[in-house]
Design a protein around this ligand. Structure first.
Ligand code: ATP
Ligand code: AMO
Length: 462
């Protein structure tokens, strides 16, 4: 068959050559004997012009083309032509196509909203004299397959893809292996309130809230360093800008020799590599996102700042807040601590470690020097949590005791506890929320923007 060209391949060197392209009708404007059509492939656009002549282009062809609805898929064959002036508004501005034929491959129904309206800058929408049709988030999500075509969404999901690739690259280079753990499991690992229960062949099962138990059992199986990218299910009851009912977890687990600082060292190298990588590989995407949703670029240090929880509480107190020194941080306090860190250390990215034991999951290792605390940490971007992690209890008797303190039914986790009875190395790890990383790296305000087809308490379709 004939070669299909990409818009990105077109250049003045091809002038005079006949080419065939498939793409969407981004825009079309008929003017009697001529017609201007902007063809789009993903975020690239090129202009095609049709003029009625005696040989190839009939009046009928121009009329037919002018009536093709926006977003339809078309095949255009034409000659590459260098216009006298660059074509304004097209990504491919140095050439245009003198179209000879246009064929509609798939006709688009009337659109629920215009892509142009879904691509407006926040600041333009805020203007009092704004004349644009506004598109609500619900309308976008109802029609996500159209919404995802906007340049900003094309960019967001390329950044997401890069984050996953960078995560894999960095960990493989550190000697980790990728694993795949079951998502149909017997019990809750992160607390019963947010677990999706289901019928598993007549008995109770649930959707995995985390690969937690299985990544630890892999350690007990002598896989010294493991990671997984996979779905995580949480029956979150309320709406927030940062909770989904299904998200993608980037998890790792590793043996440690002396201290869970070894995990933090990996975390530090991993994230600096990922942030540097996004900046260098996704510069155009980050710019496209900035254009629609402006924000400060992420500030991070070559070596990530580590602050003890106690010190964090002291800084909050100094600033006039009243955190519970042995309790959990509220979203509000987390955000304020983020502001303090930014002012004091000029970083949007930091690790808070040695949390109070009482606010961490049962599998968390207590601090051997002070049992009110634990060998655990959270990591924040712009004052919002993106990671939780810890050293884990690797002694079956202590694990049983900790589960009882948390009132966890032992039957549901017996096989997990058994895994530690036959020799278990000290180990630790952490879990990252992919959608949160992309949202917060890009300075976006809602996690639904970084989930391809978000699942929240009300949304199960599309
Ligand atoms: P993690 O799952 O690691 O705990 P998280 O961001 O949900 O991540 P939590 O420790 O559950 O963190 O909660 C931190 C704070 O976020 C809570 O103190 C609470 O204020 C708020 N929060 C958590 N879950 C919800 C929710 N479903 N709805 C509203 N607020 C929530
Ligand atoms: P945690 O429950 O903190 O820890 O989850 C880890 C990370 O996952 C993300 N996250 C979410 N993202 C979107 N929607 C949600 N509802 C949601 N809940 C959590 C956050 C969070 O930091 N087993 C431990 C990890 C470990 O210790 O290895 C765990 O699941 O970015």
């Amino acid at each position: 068959g004939e070669k299909y060209y990409q818009i990105s391949e077109l250049s003045p060197e091809l002038s005079g050559q006949k080419v065939l392209l498939r793409g969407r009708v981004h825009n079309v404007r008929g003017k009697g004997k001529s017609c201007f059509l902007v063809l789009r492939q993903q975020t690239g656009t090129v202009q095609a012009v049709l003029f009625v002549d005696d040989k190839t282009v009939s009046r009928g062809m121009v009329k037919y083309t002018s009536a093709i609805p926006k977003e339809s898929i078309v095949d255009i064959s034409g000659e590459v032509h260098v216009p006298q002036e660059p074509v304004a508004g097209c990504t491919c501005s140095q050439v245009e196509l003198k179209a000879m034929s246009v064929k509609c491959v798939s006709r688009a129904a009337p659109l629920p909203f215009e892509l142009a309206d879904a691509s407006r800058k926040e600041e333009d929408l805020q203007r009092e004299d704004a004349q644009f049709a506004t598109v609500t988030q619900d309308t976008r999500l109802e029609n996500r397959w159209i919404d995802l075509r906007t340049p900003v969404n094309q960019a967001i999901f390329r950044v997401q893809s890069a984050v996953c690739q960078l995560f894999r690259e960095a960990l493989l280079a550190e000697g980790f292996q990728e694993i795949h753990t079951p998502k149909l499991i017997a019990g809750a690992s992160e607390g019963g309130a947010s677990v999706f229960r289901l019928d598993y062949m007549g008995r109770e099962g649930c959707l995995a809230q985390s690969p937690q138990f299985y990544k630890q059992m892999a350690i007990c199986s002598d896989m010294a360093r493991v990671f997984e990218l996979g779905p995580v299910f949480r029956a979150e009851k309320s709406f927030t800008h940062r909770h989904l009912c299904e998200f993608t977890g980037l998890d790792l687990e590793m043996t440690i020799n002396e201290h869970y600082n070894e995990v933090l060292d990996v975390l530090d190298r991993l994230f600096v590599y990922m942030f540097d990588g996004i900046k260098s590989r996704c510069a155009a995407e980050v710019k496209a996102i900035q254009e629609q949703f402006p924000s400060e670029p992420l500030a991070y240090l070559p070596k990530t700042l580590r602050i003890p929880f106690e010190e964090g509480m002291r800084l909050l107190q100094e600033a006039g807040f009243e955190p519970d020194p042995l309790g959990d941080l509220t979203t509000e306090l987390e955000r304020n601590l983020g502001k303090i860190m930014k002012e004091k250390y000029n970083t949007d990215f930091y690790i808070l470690y040695r949390y109070p034991l009482a606010v961490r999951p049962f599998y968390t290792m207590p601090d051997p020097e002070d049992a009110r605390y634990s060998n655990s940490f959270d990591v924040f971007i712009r004052g919002e949590e993106i990671i939780s992690g810890a050293q884990r209890v690797h002694d079956a008797a202590l694990l049983t005791e900790r589960a009882q303190v948390h009132e966890i039914p032992l039957e549901s986790i017996q096989s997990y506890i058994n895994a530690f009875k036959f020799g278990a190395p000290p180990h630790g790890g952490f879990g990252v929320g992919l959608e949160r990383v992309v949202m917060l790296f890009c300075g976006l305000d809602n996690i639904r923007k970084t989930s391809l087809f978000p699942r929240d308490p009300k949304r199960l379709t599309p």
